[in-house]
Ligand binder design. Structure first.
Ligand code: F6P
Length: 460
């Protein structure tokens, strides 16, 4: 049987506007989701419904690299309420174990409903009989049920890319029933981990009047099932880029600058987000230096921070805090020409990103809470010779699969410092054994396995 056409609905379209001389054109922006679903979309003639990334009037639908893009407009005021407010100042911190207090404002709710309605209408207009629809993430919780009301004939999936919180946290949301009901509009509700499924199931049992058997729910005779699907990366793509000569040359340049005289390179690469634990990680570097077993002559820590959500207050505050910490630690432990921390705040192109991964002896991935964390999978994928040590937070979804990484509690500054010391002195044979096991785990579940198993369940 031919595969059904898939309609993806996600907050962002996988495109960006790029200047070529005096003209600007759309380009596909790389990302896990687009990589995973691109072949299916292209082969079956599917579409992607999403926001083009700038406020105001949206362009007409267009086709790029074989994918039909359906832009959804969002005004500046709507973005403030729906995206910066409800999605990223209420849901985001709450879902990440309330590591920042959530702001709960009634004025954000109706714009959230309104934008979800707009996405649902655009998706319903795209859907033909026999198509399947796959809705993504916390910005669009209400969309599955809204589409179902208009198109009861199609199969609908929903995947949450971030953690689903414990019942006592979710319970704080004044619109908790509306959110659950929106999600239950889907036939398959996917989470990154089994904990997400467990938390969601507990909330449905507590707040919704539906029949539940395990994590399968019956709503007016229709079944809706919650299940874990761990997202991943295109391992072959990262291996291919890692094997490029230009990338090796760039890696050598980075190492020449940073790794002279046997100095080890430690790396962190994250979106500049308070969930990533960059501040605790910097304190752990300071603790290593305070213990005096190692100095700035023994290692260099490079922290790449990718700008993100710069209009949300907590992100502005986090940036200042990180930049102040970098200055303080370098001021205390560095000397002209020899600083322990090298901080860069920018986006990296794929080749450059991989060159950094290849240059790093130790990778620090220590989010306080993370749905999965793909950096934790990308770094090992580029370590073609099985060298390098991954220090990984227990609270990232990736820790469930990558058991042979050096696991740490990301809130435990002393514990991270000890893990860094362990990694700096780890015998090569042990780090190779660990990296080999981590790489094998990543190979067992690629982004294609993730999308394939979700779509298989959705179309079953
Ligand atoms: O991890 C959730 C997520 O929404 C990703 O899908 C996205 O790449 C990242 O956070 C950044 O989100 P934003 O679209 O808000 O920049």
């Amino acid at each position: 049987m031919a595969s059904p056409r898939v309609i993806i609905v996600a907050n962002r379209l996988p495109v960006r506007r790029v200047k070529h001389g005096s003209k600007s054109v759309w380009e596909t922006s790389p990302g896990g989701l687009v990589t995973a679903v691109e072949p299916t979309l292209r082969d079956t003639g599917g579409s992607w419904v999403g926001w083009p990334g700038t406020s105001g009037k949206a362009p007409d639908p267009f086709t790029l690299d074989g994918i039909h893009m359906v832009p959804v407009p969002i005004s500046k005021a709507e973005l403030e309420n729906f995206y910066e407010g409800f999605s990223n100042a209420l849901l985001w911190p709450l879902y990440h174990d309330a590591i920042r207090p959530s702001e709960i404002h009634r004025r954000w709710w109706w714009p959230y409903v309104e934008i979800n309605r707009r996405f649902a209408a655009a998706a319903a207009a795209e859907l033909k009989p026999g198509d399947v629809c796959w809705v993504h993430d916390y910005q669009l919780h209400l969309v599955p049920q809204m589409i179902r009301e208009q198109r009861p004939d199609v199969r609908i999936g929903f995947f949450l890319h971030i953690p689903f919180p414990a019942e006592e946290l979710f319970a704080r949301i004044p619109w908790r029933r509306e959110i659950l009901s929106g999600m239950l509009g889907a036939d398959i509700i996917g989470f990154q981990t089994k904990l997400g499924v467990k938390n969601f199931t507990a909330c449905v049992r507590r707040y919704m009047d539906v029949e539940a058997s395990g994590s399968t729910f019956t709503i007016h005779g229709r079944k809706s099932r919650a299940k874990a699907y761990a997202i991943s990366i295109d391992v072959d793509q990262f291996e291919r880029v890692a094997a490029k000569e230009e990338v090796a040359t760039r890696r050598d340049q980075i190492r020449e600058k940073m790794a002279g005289d046997g100095r080890k390179v430690i790396l962190g690469i994250d979106r500049l987000d308070y969930t990533k634990g960059i501040d605790y990680r910097l304190r752990a570097i300071a603790e290593v230096l305070r213990r005096e077993r190692f100095s700035a002559a023994d290692f260099a820590f490079i922290q790449v921070a990718v700008p993100s959500r710069e209009n949300v207050d907590d992100y502005v505050a986090m940036r200042s805090q990180i930049e102040e910490l970098v200055g303080r630690i370098n001021g205390h432990y560095g000397e002209p020409g020899l600083f322990p921390i090298h901080y860069v705040r920018r986006n990296l192109a794929l080749d450059e990103l991989v060159a950094y991964y290849r240059a790093a002896d130790i990778m620090l991935v220590t989010p306080l809470r993370d749905g999965m964390n793909l950096v934790a999978k990308e770094y090992p994928a580029t370590r073609l010779d099985n060298t390098g040590t991954l220090i990984l937070s227990e609270f990232a979804g990736a820790a469930h699969e990558l058991r042979r990484a050096v696991l740490v509690n990301p809130f435990d500054v002393d514990g991270i410092a000890t893990a860094i010391e362990t990694a700096l002195t780890m015998p090569a044979a042990e780090s190779k054994r660990r990296m080999t096991a981590v790489r094998a785990a990543i190979r067992r579940n690629t982004v294609y396995d993730w999308a394939g198993s979700f779509l298989k369940d959705l179309t079953a």
